[in-house]
Design a protein around this ligand. Structure first.
Ligand code: PLP
Length: 388
């Protein structure tokens, strides 16, 4: 009666395990400040402009009846997204589906495919991809990544029906160049694979060499679904709003209609005030506030990068993404290093093995940090590593 695929999951999910370790540490050292560079959650307050738009939306509801909204989201938000994110790529508002975040979209899209579907996933990767493929009973094809290739996944020799790609990437912090991503689009076209592009960190891209969207590439609209979120771009992790683009020009044209049917059955829309808040993130005033926040996160990343560099450490990322992927020094495994780092520097990182076996020997540092915490972490790293 119970879904047998749950047996395939790791017994302990990594984030609760880490929370437990932090709680134990705090119990032993109650006055020590823990520097949390672990879970990649935002740490700066919600933009006031967004908060005002949400409040305004709630007030409006006290004056006018607003019941269930459209399952795919209000047109005001879908049109604003198209205007600001996709105007040059010809994506239309009815190809954008508003949701309560990238996690549900990335997981739920699998429901459109049968259990024989082969899903390719890079290792290491954001754990949701792997876990939801296991739970759905589909076939998993792992694409192992390594430092020699800069943790950039290459199209596999074997056939895959679906491929999850995250760029800019969590956990490795790298982003695909135009040429690398075009290679995937061309391969997908040739082999009949559908790409699911998780692009929730797009606002961290700071170079014209990195495509801001898969739809910037020739053929992207034929082979790719793109998932985005307001979580990291506008501080919505606790508010919940994201979107998925399903072009009608995909080589599987039925997908758009199937997804529409699916959300008609399963979703009753996202809260009106939250969608008003998401729309407000594109106003000039909010945009300026949000850019300041992204700048702070990027400066934190830069400080940590320069500290690790000065300490002759090997690491990836931290330029077009808020994550640094740090090769564990001294031959320890990821979990041993987690304990050492916490004990000696009071820094929490995420053991790379939590993102797949090929992540063993690495640690992920989140750069969603205030300047003060980034400075404390940098000093702690310097004190520990320069004396060891
Ligand atoms: N995808 C990636 C790669 C992420 O790193 C995260 C959150 O950390 C998510 C999806 C989840 O985003 P959301 O908050 O929109 O569900």
């Amino acid at each position: 009666m119970l879904n047998p695929h749950f047996q395939k999951l790791e017994e302990n999910y990594i984030f609760p395990l880490i929370e437990e370790k932090i709680a134990n540490f705090k119990q032993t050292y109650p006055t020590t400040e823990v520097l949390n560079l672990g879970v990649g959650d935002v740490c700066l307050p919600l933009s006031l402009k967004i908060a005002e738009a949400i409040c305004e939306g709630v007030k409006e509801m006290s004056q006018k009846i607003r019941g269930y909204g459209p399952c795919n989201g209000y047109s005001f938000l879908r049109e604003t997204i198209c205007e600001h994110e996709y105007a040059q790529y010809g994506i239309s508002a009815d190809e954008v589906f508003i949701s309560d975040g990238a996690n549900p979209d990335g997981a739920d899209i699998q429901e459109l495919f049968d259990s024989d579907t082969i899903v390719a996933i890079p290792d290491p990767s954001y754990p949701m991809y792997h876990n939801t493929v296991l739970l759905s009973g589909k076939k998993l094809l792992t694409i192992p990544l390594n430092d020699k290739e800069g943790f950039i996944p290459k199209p596999p020799q074997e056939h895959a029906d679906l491929v999850y790609l995250c760029t800019p990437s969590n956990p490795t912090g790298i982003a695909f160049s135009k040429e690398q991503l075009q290679g995937w689009v061309d391969w997908a076209k040739k082999t009949g694979a559908l790409l699911i592009i998780d692009n929730v960190y797009n606002v961290f891209v700071s170079s014209g060499e990195i495509p801001p969207s898969i739809y910037a590439l020739d053929g992207g609209k034929e082979v790719a679904i793109e998932i985005r979120s307001f979580s990291k771009s506008a501080g919505f992790t606790g508010l919940r709003c994201g979107y998925m683009v399903i072009p009608k020009t995909l080589f599987i044209p039925e997908l758009h209609a199937l997804w529409t049917k699916r959300i008609d059955i399963r979703r009753n829309g996202i809260s009106y005030p939250i969608q008003r808040g998401a729309q407000a993130s594109y106003s000039d005033a909010a945009h300026a506030e949000l850019q300041t926040q992204i700048d702070i996160y990027q400066q934190s990343a830069e400080l940590l990068r320069s500290t690790l560099s000065n300490l002759n450490q090997t690491f990836f990322g931290g330029i077009h993404a808020p994550y640094i992927w740090w090769k564990v020094p001294g031959g320890k495994n990821s979990w041993e290093f987690f304990d050492t780092l916490l004990e000696k520097t009071h820094i929490v990182g995420i053991p790379g093995s939590g993102f797949g076996p090929c992540g063993e020997g690495y640690t992920r540092l989140s750069c969603f940090l205030s300047p003060q915490i980034a400075k404390k972490a940098s000093d702690a790293l310097y004190d520990h590593l320069s004396t060891n």
